[in-house]
Design a protein around this ligand. Structure first.
Ligand SMILES: Nc1nc2c(ncn2[C@@H]2O[C@H](COP(=O)(O)OP(=O)(O)OP(=O)(O)O)[C@@H](O)[C@H]2O)c(=O)[nH]1
Ligand SMILES: [Mg+2]
Length: 590
């Protein structure tokens, strides 16, 4: 299916043409039929000679109803531009074309209607010239008369050629269904309709509703009046929503794939059309079926910041239209450049921002976003419209490579500084570093740790070289060391350690600094005691008992038991089933 919106001046025959093509009545309201004028959007569809189905969104031409017209054209990928042969190019021909151009609509047909009333040649020539200068470019033109039926077969053939040319949305796109109508059906509840530009809807799907942001479930689906279990865009759809009241949803809202669109009331945009400096302070932004008041803050020659009256689900690259409601004039088209723009509260921030915006083209770019923002979650990138292709640095976090290197460098600096200030600590708590580096997640600190840093027990240290010991501790260790040099396996008693001021923390620091070896609580030797012990034990008849070892080392069980267990763990000795041991390697290998 394809969806085509009509466009053109009031009374030029849009609805009559849709009626002739489809046999359906696009003017749904009694008032429209009484006044012979379209007020709101109408919907009709037909099967073309090729078998392709095309649905029309018929729009009003009267200038008072331009906002309704924009709600119909906004989500439609193509336009059927109608000009009456007997009236030719008129003010709303120009305004509708300006709207299509602003929205960047690239596909369409020119239909010169009422050709039974006048020669269509002049109107065709002028309209083709105007349309040729817009985003639609050169279009095929067909002259018709809805009264005589002349030209209708040619128009059907031309519609077939047009729909065959229309781009098919890539599969897997997230859904953003702009609601153009909401009503309730007794027994079923609330139904919304819209033009589905891409993605797929299925009954039972959960969607996010703009405005309230709440999750809603699809109870039933229809397309072209028929119930269906799934619809893929491009299509006209009617969605029956479970548990949603008519007060909660209406034109300008949207149903979204959850988590895939940024709902934002602040966007930076590029404007094509009137100069940014000449825009009124307040304009109306039209996008999809929505229209919201926007306050304009110029930021550069053709770029500006828009503060919207209410948040809209927008992504980088979205096209929208600005209209000056006072002058009833399309001021231009905008391309969304940023949906999460930075605050401009520092001096010079606005001109710096203008310089950044000058370099943006509205194409979502993973690397450029990361370069500007440093660190982002996957969801943030996706909501902006970015396709994430690189690998995360941790969890769902993505980082700019330069920023990441910088964080690594700063982490080493912070650890070094902190450890110097806290010499008795075994390292910096991860959370302290997270705060110092202003990181949002401790997982990031953990993955930033590389040599010379190492992580242990929730703390980060500079591996091995914890820095110099405080002088007091160093002196105490030297004096203990002098005693141990005499009798290397006679560990000082706890009371003696306390006498030297070597408490739990001081011993810990000395051990990390490589000055002492801790065998058990309050049992310390010099680090080379391990090699010395292996040398002594290797000289014993193998295997040997704990008691033999204790005597050979000239020590007590308090030292011998944990020392032999350490040697076992290091693979220097092996404990046999009968509790005797053998030496496996020579001193120095342990
Ligand atoms: N003679 C003749 N009259 C036509 C033709 N097409 C439309 N009309 C008449 O033109 C008038 C306006 O037609 P509509 O189809 O309502 O025009 P519209 O463009 O839908 O108007 P709005 O929706 O109000 O913008 C009606 O009286 C139609 O009968 C045609 O091909 N030939
Ligand atoms: Mg009409």
């Amino acid at each position: 299916m394809q969806v085509i919106a009509t466009a053109g001046h009031v009374d030029h025959g849009k609805s009559t043409l849709v009626r002739a093509l489809t046999g359906m009545e696009p003017d749904r309201w009694a008032e429209e039929r009484r006044r012979g004028m379209t007020i709101d959007l109408g919907f009709a569809w037909t099967t073309l000679p090729s078998g392709a189905v095309v649905a029309f969104v018929d729009v009003p031409g009267h200038e008072r109803f331009v906002p309704n017209m924009l709600a119909g054209v906004g989500p439609a990928p193509a336009a059927l531009f109608v000009v009456a042969a007997d009236e030719g190019w008129m003010p709303q021909s120009a305004e509708h074309l300006a709207a299509l151009d602003a929205l960047g609509v690239r596909h369409g047909l020119l239909v010169v209607t009422r050709s039974d009333l006048a020669d269509p040649a002049a109107a065709t020539e002028l309209a083709q010239a105007e349309i040729g200068a817009s985003s639609l470019g050169s279009v095929e033109a067909v002259a018709v008369s809805a009264v005589t039926g002349a030209g209708l077969p040619e128009l059907r053939a031309a519609l077939d050629r047009l729909t065959a040319r229309l781009p098919v949305p890539e599969p897997g796109l997230p859904v953003r269904l702009w609601v153009d109508r909401a009503f309730s059906i007794r027994g079923s509840g609330t139904v919304v309709t819209g033009t589905l530009g891409g993605g797929e809807l299925r009954t039972g799907d959960e969607l996010e509703l703009t405005g309230t942001g709440e999750r809603v479930r699809i109870r039933g689906l229809q397309s072209l009046g028929e119930p269906t279990a799934r619809v893929a865009g491009v299509a006209r759809v009617a969605v029956n929503l479970r548990g949603v009241s008519l007060e909660q949803v209406g034109r300008g809202d949207a149903l979204l794939t959850p988590g895939r669109f940024q709902q934002t009331d602040l966007v930076d945009v590029r404007l094509v059309g009137d100069p940014v400096g000449e825009l009124p302070a307040e304009v109306t932004l039209h996008v999809g079926s929505a229209a919201v008041t926007a306050r304009v803050r110029p930021l550069g020659v053709d770029t500006a910041r828009l503060r919207l009256d209410r948040p809209l689900p927008l992504r980088i690259g979205d096209r929208a239209l600005l209209r000056d409601p006072g002058r009833r004039h399309v001021a231009g088209g905008v391309t969304v450049l940023d949906v999460v723009p930075p605050a401009l509260d520092r001096r010079g921030a606005a001109s710096a921002r203008a310089a950044v915006l000058a370099g943006l083209d509205g194409r979502p770019d993973e690397h450029a976003e990361l370069a500007r923002r440093g660190l982002m979650r996957r969801g943030e990138l996706e909501r902006m419209g970015v396709t994430v292709e690189s690998a995360p640095v941790a969890g769902d976090w993505y980082a700019d490579p330069d920023h990441w290197l910088d964080l690594r460098r700063r982490l080493v600096e912070e650890v070094t500084r902190w450890v110097e200030a806290h010499p008795l600590e075994s390292g910096v708590p991860v959370d302290t570093l997270r705060r110092l580096l202003d990181l949002p997640d401790r997982a990031l600190v953990e993955v930033l740790v590389t040599a010379p840093l190492s992580a242990q027990n929730g703390r980060i240290a500079r591996g091995g070289t914890t820095g110099a010991l405080p002088e007091q501790v160093a002196r105490a260790v030297r004096r203990i060391g002098a005693e141990l040099a005499e009798r290397p396996f006679v560990a000082p008693e706890a009371a003696r350690l306390a006498e030297f001021g070597l408490g739990h923390r001081e011993i810990g620091a000395a051990v990390r600094a490589g000055a002492l070896l801790r065998l058990a609580d309050n049992v310390v030797l010099l680090p080379d005691a391990v090699d010395q012990a292996v040398r002594v034990l290797a000289g014993l008849p193998q295997p040997f008992t704990l008691s033999t070892a204790r005597q050979a080392l000239g020590t007590t069980r308090r030292v011998a038991v944990p020392l032999l267990e350490l040697l076992d763990r290091r693979g220097a000795t092996r404990r046999l089933p009968d509790d005797a041991r053998i030496v496996l390697i020579g001193p120095g290998d342990s």
